[in-house]
Design a protein around this ligand. Sequence first.
Ligand code: GLU
Length: 544
Amino acid sequence: MLRATASRPDATAKTAMATASKYEVSQVGAEIMQKGGNAVDAAVAMGFALGVCEPFTSGLGGGGLCTIHTASGENFFIDFREVAPAAATLDLYLDAEGKNNGNTMTGGLASGVPGEVAGLLYLLDNYGSGNLTRQEVMEPAIRIATEGFTVSAYCANAISDAYETALKFPEMQKVYWNDMGLPYETGNVIANPDLAKALQKIADEGADGFYKGEIAQAVVDTLAKYGGVMTLDDLANYEVMVREPVTGTYRGYQVISSPPPSSGGTHLIEILNILENFDVASMKVNSPEYIHLLAETFKLSYADRAQYMADTAFADVPLDGLTNKEYAKERAALIDLEVAKEPVDFGDPTLYEHTDTTHFSVADVEGNCVAITKTINYYFGSGVMVDGYGFMMNNQMDDFSTDPNSVNKIEPGKKPLSSMSPTVLLKEDGSPFMVLGTPGGARIFASVAQIITRVIDSGIPLHDAISIPKIWNNGPMNNLQYETPLQGYEDYAVTEETVKKLEEMGHGEIKTAASGAVQAIQFLEDGSLYGTADPRQDGKAVGY
Ligand code: GLU
């Protein structure tokens, strides 16, 4: 019962599948695998290419997280998240009243030390097939940066929304504005020769080409121009971390996802564990009873997040407890199916509410799965475009809290708390079932949980599961949000009547919100691969 839309962003294939929020990037992934690369080679090529043709969501100045499941049954988690520079102390981010002074968001202080280049090259060197050279894997990104990519309506909107930012940070204008000094529009082609030069240098010299020498100097100088404190040492010392993924189960399926410094995987598992105590399958998706159950579950999980979650190098995070089924049972017992509760407010529930970032998924028929979510945080990151090299610096410092009592407060050398949840699901026998993830700030893991329960509990086909409006409650307080339906999904709308019923149940102010773009792959029963991209953005799956 898949719905027909004008141009479907999904595909079915026998051998391999790649899906990203840009069609040309999915094509890059499929081509790399056709050339003899494995799913990791494809993901690395796609990662570099995404930074070129969706430069406002991720890129060389950002970082990311990667979950890998190999055909031989091993799971890996690669953390290339940014880290706070050694001189980035909390006081730099506070005004006279002790409030956030805006430096986490814009300008030279907003950036963590970027991890993307180190991360993607680490993946290539350690998990790639070895059949393709760095040059071959980076060639598509260099080509697109040189020849240009066509601006979509989504991209044009992002560029025009960033008009004021580009006025403040004129280096941005060189890339995002045309010769007449106007923002590029839908249908225009953006080439970025500076970025092509940076990418070629990385292809030639490896990570050192970015973390040492002239690019590193340009990063430090451009940030300093806008008040930054990042040093050459900060860049030279950046290290990729290989971590144990968090794991759990949901109704027999195994869930493999992101550990800290992301809160995502842990709370994804906590949410699913809580939901296992209820008969979700019997509830219509987006009915009042369904939304109420999810919202109450999310609140319990976000209360824990605010209290416990941070970089484990700086905080003791009770990961085993948070992902424990018995603990979830206790949490589930707190839910009243008739009445909304206000759990204790542990922190600021409104942090990180945005839909930037990008997620892509790759898989092959042998069962290799790669899920990567990567970001410069908000669209166009800090606004700082590295002079002469054509990439934006992240504003990941905004994922910290400036509350000195928060477990996630700013500290030098610490990683800001993420919600990114690149996730792989396996069947009970250990064979792969699904690869997925999404942008969406602190709503990410609640979004991933909804896709999983829609497919597993409600039996909804993957593309529809992604397209149906989602709901969130990202905080321990009542702050229910819902999406308006895409065309063709009106029968899953959160109707006025539903909103009224939820208000009667005690949910406070109920608002609409926008969703990030999920990119997912499912291993079908007949042995083929089904990939799909979220119709909310420009993506399309490509397989062969
Ligand atoms: N910076 C956010 C995080 O790491 C992601 C931002 C987004 O998805 O828009 O969780």
